[in-house]
Ligand binder design. Structure first.
Ligand code: P6P
Length: 320
């Protein structure tokens, strides 16, 4: 078996990103620990609810709490981290350090899939911390284009870490010894696709442009698109986005009328912005329905946003 490069070797070569590289190593180790707990499931008494709700007013699963704790401890111990913010926690945690980086994360995305053994994951985003001053909550509210790095771990048939810290998007697969091995050295999202991902049960609540776009996909080769489409919806953004990273596709979680005051379900800082950086650097497109997600300036830590991302030509059909 060939000796694949390790994450440590790959990051060591990113010399101009030293604080980011060091932080990514701490995140990767935490994701390895989370993966082991996810794989144990019921055997480790990790399934079921924790009996508490999070800042999103969602009932937390035991693994949500455990993953959040693992990442919080890992980042608190990293000298390069001036602060971090979790989707699960109302307020940012400041370490008292200045300089270095800020980290945002969704510790366990797709929690509704935990107890039914469907792929879930961890999403993370790394921003520059303000130089020579202690960060505040406002320090986290930077457009996604400011990210120094972003990535996710997907806990599925394989445990895979996908990240970008420079121009390319790379993937590491955890081996039997828990070492992250470079298995994909330049992920690229195909421009064309015949596969869409959306929760169809919300169809009656969508805005008209989304309804027309999906109707065109459903009409298939006899309709306006002149080709047949396939549909997938995992219920874990990490799993749906990973499929798109690997074979193309379009993922949509648009605004809907169930709560008109809410721009979307997904969180800008913890889900949309990191995924948008990965998708764009892999040649895809990521918008909030109108403009690039990476250009959206956050106004609050837990801001929600519409998300349409994936194969460039396909997203173009919707944006047209
Ligand atoms: P729905 C998981 O809760 C999540 O935030 C994303 O990972 C996923 O794509 C979406 O929500 C699923 O939402 O409404 O289909 O359950």
């Amino acid at each position: 078996m060939i000796e694949l490069p390790t994450l440590e070797a790959y990051l060591a070569a990113q010399a101009d990103h030293a604080p980011t590289a060091e932080t990514l190593l701490h995140i990767a180790r935490a994701c390895g620990e989370i993966s082991r707990a996810v794989q144990l499931g019921a055997v480790g008494d990790h399934l079921g609810v924790a009996g508490v709700t999070n800042v999103q007013d969602e009932e937390q699963k035991k693994l949500d709490v455990l993953a959040d704790d693992i990442l919080g401890r890992a980042l608190g111990a990293c000298e390069c981290v001036a602060g971090y913010a979790s989707e699960e926690r109302e307020h940012a945690h400041l370490t008292g350090r200045s300089g270095g980086v800020l980290v945002l994360f969704d510790p366990l995305d797709g929690s509704s899939n935990i107890d039914v053994n469907v792929s879930i994951g961890t999403i993370f985003s790394i921003l520059p911390a303000p130089e020579n001053e202690t960060p505040t909550t406002e320090s986290f509210l930077l457009p996604g284009r400011h990210q120094l790095a972003a990535g996710y771990a997907v806990y599925g048939p394989q445990t895979v870490l996908v990240l970008t810290v420079s121009a390319e998007v790379v993937a590491f697969t955890q081996d039997a010894a828990g070492i992250w091995r470079l298995t994909h050295d330049r992920l690229a999202v195909p421009a064309e696709t015949g596969e869409f991902a959306i929760n169809m049960s919300n169809e009656r609540h969508w805005a008209e442009p989304i309804r027309q776009y999906i109707a065109g996909c459903l009409q298939g080769r006899d309709g306006v698109r002149g080709k047949d489409f396939n549909m997938r919806w995992v219920g874990s953004m990490v799993a749906d986005v990973h499929r798109i990273m690997m074979r193309g596709g379009i993922f949509l979680y648009p605004w809907d009328a169930r709560d008109p005051s809410r721009p979307g379900k997904l969180r800008l800082l913890y889900e949309a912005a990191p995924m948008a950086l990965l998708i764009e650097r892999a040649g895809g497109v990521a918008i909030d329905g109108e403009r690039p997600l990476l250009d959206v300036t956050p106004t609050s830590l837990h801001q929600r946003v519409g998300v349409v991302l994936g194969s460039a030509a396909e997203v173009g059909h919707l944006a047209a």
